[in-house]
Every structure is written in structure tokens, then in C-alpha cells.
Design a protein around this ligand. Structure first.
Ligand code: GDP
Length: 323
């Protein structure tokens, strides 16, 4: 795939076009790669937009202004149709957490977990999904490195199949993939086609390998997972949107090791577990029910009768700080 690395003369490109709005494809400290009319311009940010927190996210539509000389700067950020945020990691106990917008204007969120190495943390998947629900962004779950949990006869470990089934029953498409065996790659390619997707997952889960397998020629750097700690090394820290040959683009999110919810109201939490929605309002205490130990709770009854996964219910209680 041809990657747009050439740097056109910003002034002439902006002068050629009536419309000077582009999309931020990459950000590195102080610089932004903005794609405009199939070309990429490296821009700075207008001084009046700068602040303690970078206001630009990958995926933002921005208006550019010409700078004297050959440069261009981001002069305005256009309204976002959605954003996917996390609570910032707090560097010091005295500092305040703030919203960190990981990506803006996406069509779908794709959490990627390894079936093994590193061991998947399903509560983290639930946090990603709750954040996507809160923003109304569709999500697809991808579990990769399937080859690591397959027997010689090709059968898959029942525990993993059970988890995949839990998420399917909650309403999420689940793709079981392996860059080694090629399982799930066609399904994933179809899901990515023509859409802007953000891949979420800790380093080492296999995101880059998956993208390289989906689109040979991307040449993304592959991480190594420490056999002892099961943790991946960080190779890149810059967030980047990668255009796909078949149309659409993916945003890889390297360095997102932690993921805390931002701006999700605890009172709304049950609604962000889609499998709980049919039961909300049907508890004895109506909408006041926390779905924990209250008598006559319709959600708990659905858990007991197998309609809601006990593990997903526990994850809800955990996020609600009830356990
Ligand atoms: P990223 O940090 O999420 O981008 O992860 P990488 O793509 O860099 O992969 C981390 C490690 O997992 C590398 O050693 C890969 O070779 C390995 N890996 C990636 N995908 C697979 C897979 O499908 N099966 C197996 N067995 N190993 C994989």
C-alpha cells in the first residue's frame, strides 16, 4: 500500500483548495499529520488553541491556515460526531485526572485481546465496551492468537468459547482470529472495510501483527511479549490512523496500557450493559434498583436463570463499586 509520506508545499496546496479542512492522521509532540485531499501535511497548532491538555485527537476534522513560509497550522477543530476517551493516567497523587480523547469521529471500536500470552483481562474488555456504549459507538470484539488455545484437532478451549458466547449473547459480534493460522482474517477484513475503526488493547496482544496479516505491506513494527511477565514492550507511543487499501482506516493505539472510564455516570451503568437493558425498570424498586442485593431485582433473576452472564454482572457490580 502506498503511504502518503511526501510533504507538499503547504501554502500552494491550501491555495489550490477552496476547502481547507483535513483529518488528523497522526500526532507526535507538537506536530500533527493532517491528510487533506490525499496528501499529508505536517502542521503545528495555532497558539490560541494550545493549553495544558492537547485539544487535538487523531480523527479530528480540522481547518488549516497557511503560515508564512511553507507551513500550515491547525486553526480550528470542527465539531466531533463522537469521541472515545479514557481517564488520563495521573502522574502524581496531587495531579487531577482529566479526559484524554484517544480518537474522534470513528465508526467502530474494536477491542483486541489475546486468547493467551498475555492472559486476557475480561474486565478491561467490559470497560472498553461500556465506554463505547456511552458514546453510542458500535463495538466488535476481536480475540486473537487463537492458535495458542487450539488443540491439535483444531478444537478451541471451551473456556474461551464460553467467553466469546457471553459477548455474542450480549449483542457484540466476536471474531476469533489468528495471524498464524489465518483464522478470522476474512471476517475482520469485511468488518474493517470502508469504516474508520479504532483498535484497542495493551501492547503485546497482537494488534500490529493482525494488521500486517490483514494488509501485507503495512510493515507495522511487531512487539515482543516477555515470556515471564506476559507483558508487551512498547515500541511506538504515537497514535496513528492508517488508511486501508480497501477503503476505511484503522487507528492503532499503542501505549494504552491502562484504561479508566471517563464521564460515565454510575446511574447509567446498567444501561451500558446491553444484555441488562430488557430488564431495566422491571425490578421491584424500579429505576432505583442497583441490581445488587435488592429483593425483586429483575436483573439478578435474569442472572440466576442464565439470561445474563454471572461474570458480566460481577463486572457491572465492580464498576459500580458495589463489590
Ligand atoms: P501489539 O503490541 O498489540 O501490536 O502486538 P504485536 O503485534 O506486536 O504482537 C506481540 C507478540 O505476539 C509478537 O511476538 C507476535 O509475534 C505475537 N503474535 C501476534 N499475533 C499472534 C498470533 O496470532 N499467534 C501467535 N501465536 N502469536 C502472535
Amino acid at each position: 500500500m502506498e503511504r502518503p509520506t511526501d510533504q507538499p508545499h503547504a501554502a500552494s496546496l491550501l491555495a489550490e483548495k477552496n476547502e481547507s479542512c483535513g483529518i488528523v492522521y497522526k500526532k507526535t509532540t507538537g506536530h500533527y499529520d493532517v491528510r487533506l485531499d490525499g496528501r499529508v501535511l505536517t502542521c503545528t497548532l495555532a497558539a490560541r488553541l494550545r493549553g495544558p491538555v492537547d485539544p487535538i485527537a487523531v480523527g479530528d476534522c480540522v481547518r488549516l491556515a497557511e503560515l508564512p513560509g511553507t507551513g500550515a497550522e491547525i486553526a480550528a477543530i470542527l465539531p466531533r460526531r463522537n469521541k472515545f476517551s479514557r481517564r488520563s493516567a495521573v502522574p502524581m497523587p496531587t495531579a487531577h485526572a482529566h479526559e484524554q480523547v484517544l480518537v474522534a469521529n470513528v465508526d467502530q471500536v474494536i477491542p483486541v485481546f489475546a486468547a493467551a500470552n498475555p492472559t486476557p483481562k475480561w474486565n478491561m474488555l467490559d470497560r472498553y465496551l461500556v465506554s463505547a456504549e456511552a458514546e453510542g459507538i458500535p463495538a466488535l470484539v476481536c480475540i486473537t492468537k487463537l492458535d495458542l488455545v487450539q488443540e491439535r484437532d483444531g478444537s478451541i478451549q471451551p473456556d474461551l468459547l464460553a467467553v466469546a458466547e457471553e459477548y455474542r449473547r450480549a449483542g457484540y459480534p466476536v471474531v476469533l482470529a489468528s495471524a498464524i493460522s489465518g483464522a478470522g482474517l476474512d471476517e475482520l477484513r469485511d468488518a474493517l472495510d470502508g469504516r474508520i475503526s479504532v483498535l484497542l488493547g495493551k501492547s503485546g496482544v497482537g494488534k500490529s501483527t493482525l494488521l500486517n496479516a490483514l494488509e501485507p505491506g503495512l510493515g507495522l513494527r511487531v512487539n515482543t511479549v516477555n515470556e515471564v511477565t506476559g507483558k508487551g514492550r512498547h515500541t511506538t507511543t504515537s497514535m496513528e490512523m492508517i488508511p486501508l487499501a480497501a477503503g476505511g482506516a484503522v487507528v492503532d493505539t499503542p501505549g494504552v496500557q491502562e484504561f479508566g472510564l471517563w464521564d460515565v455516570d454510575s446511574d447509567d451503568l446498567a444501561y451500558f450493559y446491553p444484555e441488562m437493558r430488557p430488564f431495566l425498570g422491571k425490578c421491584r424498586f424500579g429505576l432505583d434498583c442497583q441490581h445488587h442485593e435488592e429483593p425483586g431485582c429483575a436483573v439478578r433473576k435474569a442472572v440466576t436463570s442464565g439470561l445474563i452472564s454471572p461474570r458480566r454482572w460481577q463486572s457491572y457490580l465492580h464498576l459500580k463499586n458495589l463489590v
